[in-house]
Design a protein around this ligand. Structure first.
Ligand code: UDP
Length: 236
């Protein structure tokens, strides 16, 4: 029995590039698809929000002179590219998957609505929410908090490159220690850079718990859903 019935899985675009400096690493993509398949076979309903940082980020574009809104739109389109890649990787291993987009762009994906999302989830489709919130000045972390709340997910599973939330960035500070669990307010008080502020506050105010775990270790997604004590659990 899986610990959660319906999850919102957040995958970072940056992780998708694997060891490459840019774009999509096919090995990482198929690794993610396999992990998602195993969890889907446990009967878990899976909604996914995927980032676009492996292709384009609006903020870095605006530092190079791009208009911020256009840069963010480019970033949102980058998430659509990743969503299409993930859905075809899932289809290739016989997992039913559909892409819903926050901006109208049929036939690339259907336009998002909560009703359609729930219908697909209940029919067993892995449902990928592309283009974040559809609005500039937001991130896919906020997009995944929003979609997680809308689809009434039991938890938001934030797949990262580290195995949980630490007192400081473990890639920079070797003395940093990991939390097994932490409250939203402690994250805010300690100014921990787990997600952007608006995403954390949105989860807190709407009681969406978060699991932060290392998605790049094969099998971890299944472990969290089987109740293994890995990662960090964020709660009220
Ligand atoms: N973005 C946006 N609105 C959203 C979600 C994303 O404008 O609701 C843009 C923004 O420019 C962002 C880019 O899309 O930098 C890629 O998303 P993100 O940086 O969250 O990707 P990740 O860091 O997860 O790879």
């Amino acid at each position: 029995m899986a610990k959660f019935k319906r999850i919102l899985l957040k995958l970072s675009g940056e992780s998708l590039m694997g060891e490459q400096g840019y774009g999509i690493d096919e090995n990482r993509l198929s690794d993610y698809a396999e992990q998602i398949k195993r969890v889907s076979e446990m009967g878990v309903q899976i909604g996914i929000v995927i980032g676009g940082g492996n292709i384009f980020r609006g903020l870095s574009g605006s530092k190079k002179g791009f208009d911020r809104v256009k840069g963010d739109q480019m970033g949102m389109l980058a998430t659509v590219i990743n969503a299409l890649a993930l859905s075809s990787a899932l289809n290739a291993i016989d997992v039913k998957a559909k892409v819903l987009t926050a901006i109208r762009m049929e036939p690339i994906g259907e336009f998002y609505s909560k009703d359609r999302a729930l219908e697909l989830l209940q029919k067993g489709f892995v449902t990928i929410f592309a283009a974040g919130t559809g609005c500039p000045y937001f991130t896919t972390d906020t997009g995944s908090s929003l979609r997680g709340i809308e689809i009434e997910a039991d938890v938001m599973m934030k797949g990262t490159r580290v195995d949980g939330i630490y007192t400081a960035d473990p890639e920079k500070d070797p003395s940093a220690t990991k939390f097994d669990d932490i409250s939203y307010n402690e994250i805010l008080e300690r100014n921990l850079k787990v997600m952007d502020l608006s995403a954390t506050v949105l989860c807190r105010d709407n009681n969406l718990p978060i699991y932060v775990f290392n998605m790049d270790v094969y099998g971890n997604l299944e472990k969290v859903l089987s109740g293994d004590a890995i990662g960090t659990y964020v709660h009220p």
